[in-house]
Design a protein around this ligand. Structure first.
Ligand code: SAH
Length: 251
């Protein structure tokens, strides 16, 4: 049997938000690789080998997966959400490009998943209904000046912004600095959504405005959505609200 590497998106958390294609690939794998927190979401199967790693060793994890596939194993590399969004699929192709020539002939497949921004948006209505962008706030893999430059450009251009990796224990101040960068550009009434652990048991959704958004509402499991001046808020009788961004932009 020839080897294979599938890069699998697990979705945001809930089992029923994982695709049947992903579940079938996980069941068929001989070897599972990935960040241990994500591997813990995959049911154990007898005979399957698990190779947990920490979150940072992405390229060496990708090389490990490619070596196993080249040996003829059926390898599944797991990511949360979609594997191509701030996740392992890019690390795999970076490793292929820099690695052994015969890795280019391997059967490598990327199986999509529901990314956090889609799961979060669906919880509140349709905030991503018009032009939007996704930005990682982490400056582990790019300079902080680049983050600020992209935030400024995105807000100036009128994109709804989905912020991944808003903060962590090692990066506690970035989200507050991001809000401070956006405040001179967008109205204070611009809706901001904090969506934490979407589709999981401890899910928490908080709605705010850019004027009063408190970075303390976020942790490393939070997706922060920042609307535009066009994003609308519909109040509901129970005190909750929907957010949506209309499909159109006026001329
Ligand atoms: N590939 C993933 C993103 C990985 S980056 C995807 O497509 O969703 C990790 C970041 O994703 C977290 O810091 C957080 O911003 C976001 N995230 C992942 N799962 C989430 C969830 N269930 N709820 C809210 N945000 C989540």
């Amino acid at each position: 049997m020839s080897g294979q590497l599938v890069v699998v998106g697990l979705g945001p958390g809930a089992a029923d938000l994982q695709t049947p294609q992903a579940a079938a690939a996980l069941a068929a794998a001989t070897d599972l690789l990935g960040y241990e927190t994500y591997l813990a979401r995959v049911p154990e199967r007898p005979g399957q080998l698990r190779h947990p790693t920490d979150n940072r060793a992405e390229i060496s994890r990708a090389r490990h997966a490619l070596r196993l596939a080249a040996e003829g194993r059926r390898v599944a590399m797991v990511s949360s959400g979609d594997p191509g969004v701030f996740a392992m699929a890019s690390a795999v192709f970076e490793a292929v490009e820099q690695g052994e020539p015969d890795w280019r002939g391997l059967d490598i497949q990327v199986l999509p998943g529901i990314s956090a921004m889609f799961a979060a948006a669906a919880r509140i209505g349709a905030p991503l209904g018009h032009d939007f962008c996704a930005l990682s706030l982490s400056d582990n893999l790019k300079p902080w000046a680049t983050v600020l430059q992209r935030l400024t450009a995105a807000a100036t251009a009128g994109f709804v912004i989905a912020l991944y990796n808003p903060l962590s224990r090692a990066r506690p101040w970035q989200l507050g600095a991001a809000f401070d960068t956006l405040r001179p550009i967008l109205p204070a009434s611009t809706p901001v959504m904090f969506a934490t652990a979407v589709s999981r048991a401890d899910e928490r959704i908080v709605l705010a405005t850019l004027g009063d958004a408190d970075p303390a509402q976020a942790d490393m499991r939070t997706l922060v959505l920042i609307g535009t001046a066009a994003t609308r808020r519909i109040e509901r009788p129970d005190g909750g609200a929907w957010l949506y961004t209309p499909r159109w932009t006026a001329a």
